[in-house]
Design a protein around this ligand. Structure first.
Ligand SMILES: [Zn+2]
Ligand SMILES: [Zn+2]
Length: 103
């Protein structure tokens, strides 16, 4: 394995390599390599990896939205159920006791 000092950047032939990308194995200069999740990775690989979790995140968001929709329906059902229960619990005299009859 050659030392990094003798290696050149994969993108910049005139620049000294400072790190090797663990994903593609190419050597890169300080400008081309970035830190991602506590490890150095080249810009090309970062872009490649960044695309995957984005899709996963979108799918996950869809699951959350579906859950929220169900939760909303459940909340609405519970709300109307509660109103029904309250109306049923009220004494029938409440509905019949009109003011004109109280005299
Ligand atoms: Zn790479
Ligand atoms: Zn470079």
């Amino acid at each position: 394995m050659q030392s990094l000092a003798t290696q050149r950047c994969f993108n910049h032939a005139n620049r000294e390599a400072v790190a090797r990308c663990p994903s593609c194995g190419q050597t890169f200069c300080r400008e081309c390599i970035t830190e991602h999740d506590d490890r150095v990775i080249c810009a090309a690989c970062l872009r490649k990896f960044a695309r995957l979790p984005l899709l996963r995140r979108r799918g996950f968001a869809g699951v959350i939205r579906c859950g929220e929709c169900l939760l909303g329906l459940l909340a609405a059902w519970f709300f109307f159920y509660l109103i029904g229960e309250i109306l049923l619990a009220l004494p029938s005299s409440f509905h019949e006791a009109a003011l004109w009859q109280s005299n």
